[in-house]
Write a protein that binds this ligand. Structure first.
Ligand code: DAH
Length: 336
């Protein structure tokens, strides 16, 4: 009997198992109810009683061996990822590229603006796109009958007759984020505030009912107009190149005094022209007061620029609508 057991043990050890079929054949031959191991136990009756302990132990070892081999081979087959190479397989072929998408041109332009201002010591803040009249207009020193409040320009979400209830608007610029920032944080503040804005304008190649702006605010004791201009020139140089031709001219905004606009000289096939890139100025004392900042102690400068214009110039896009239609034929051109 002991010899027979040793023989089964050897068979179990030597059997080659290289696929599912062979594994199943192994199971049937050794582990099933009619398999060799079970049969071997069935012969226990013919073993003399005093040898039974030794024989029983040997049989159990063989049974465990078969079960262990089965589990090991099963695992091996499950985890194996190899497959046979066929005649058509060419392992030198390059892998098909996976299309991973790309950053939207507006995102790329915004990233560049952010990088520049982070270098200049600004951080990034944001505010809601749904604003109340106070933050979008009143606190920014817009007189009650200012044309920008007009239905023509502003998307009103809630027009209220009640005295204690604000009109709600889709923000028409990112300037209201300045107010929120000044209300929330103590000076010194040095932040840029990017975001989407909305205006009820006719849709053409040059204008759209939504676009993107980056607002900037620097508030501290003794901030000067000189620092404002220095910051803007630095920005223009980093954005458009060290030899950029620029000019700064006086302008008007309700929320700054004095106010200015900056243009850069843009060469194109049709010839050169001045293009306005941003508005800016020293924050009006009325605005500081509305935001809870003491205008006797603090001064600040602010600026606002359009991201769409920058992206369009940079990538030679001549129709703003392309930036919002998400046509893949357009977007795929911006993958790097
Ligand atoms: N809010 C202005 C606009 O939408 C842009 C602007 C001009 C922002 C001057 C400013 C500023 O902060 O100082 O046209």
């Amino acid at each position: 009997m002991i010899e027979k057991i040793a023989q089964i043990k050897e068979e179990i050890e030597k059997r080659t198992i290289s696929d599912e079929d062979e594994l199943e054949a192994f199971r049937l031959e050794f582990l099933s109810r009619n398999g060799k191991v079970q049969k071997m136990f069935g012969e226990m009756g013919s073993v003399p009683p005093k040898e039974r302990a030794t024989v029983g132990k040997a049989m159990n070892e063989v049974k465990q061996l078969a079960a262990k081999r089965f589990e090991e081979e099963k695992k091996k087959l499950e985890s194996s990822t190899t497959r046979e190479f066929g005649a058509l397989d060419d392992i030198t072929l390059p892998v098909e590229p996976t299309y991973t998408g790309s950053f939207h041109p507006l995102t790329q332009a915004l990233d560049e603006i952010k990088q520049i201002f982070l270098r200049l010591g600004f951080n990034v803040a944001d505010g809601p796109e749904l604003e109340d009249d106070f933050h979008n207009f009143t606190a920014l020193n817009f007189p009650p009958d200012h044309p920008a409040r007009d239905m023509q320009d502003t998307f009103f979400v809630r027009k209220s007759d009640k005295k204690d209830e604000e009109d709600l608007v889709l923000r028409t610029h990112t300037s209201p984020v300045q107010i929120r920032l000044m209300k929330d944080q103590d000076p010194p503040l040095r932040s840029i505030m990017p975001g989407r804005v909305y205006r009820n304008e006719a849709v053409t190649a040059k204008s759209y009912f939504q676009f993107n702006q980056v607002e900037g605010l620097y508030l501290d004791e003794g901030v000067t107009m000189g620092e404002l201009i220095e910051t803007l020139v630095m920005f223009a140089r980093l954005m458009y190149g060290a030899d950029v031709k620029y000019r700064v001219r006086p302008s008007y905004f309700p929320f700054t005094e004095p106010s200015l606009e900056m243009d850069v000289w843009w060469e194109s096939e049709k010839g050169g022209q001045w293009l306005e890139i941003l508005g800016a100025g020293m924050v009006d004392p009325n605005v500081l007061t509305a935001a809870g900042v003491d205008p006797e102690k603090y001064t600040g400068f602010a600026f606002g620029m359009g991201v769409d214009r920058i992206a369009m110039l940079k990538y030679g896009i001549d129709d703003i609508r392309l930036l919002y239609e998400n046509d893949l034929r357009f977007l795929n051109q911006f993958s790097s």
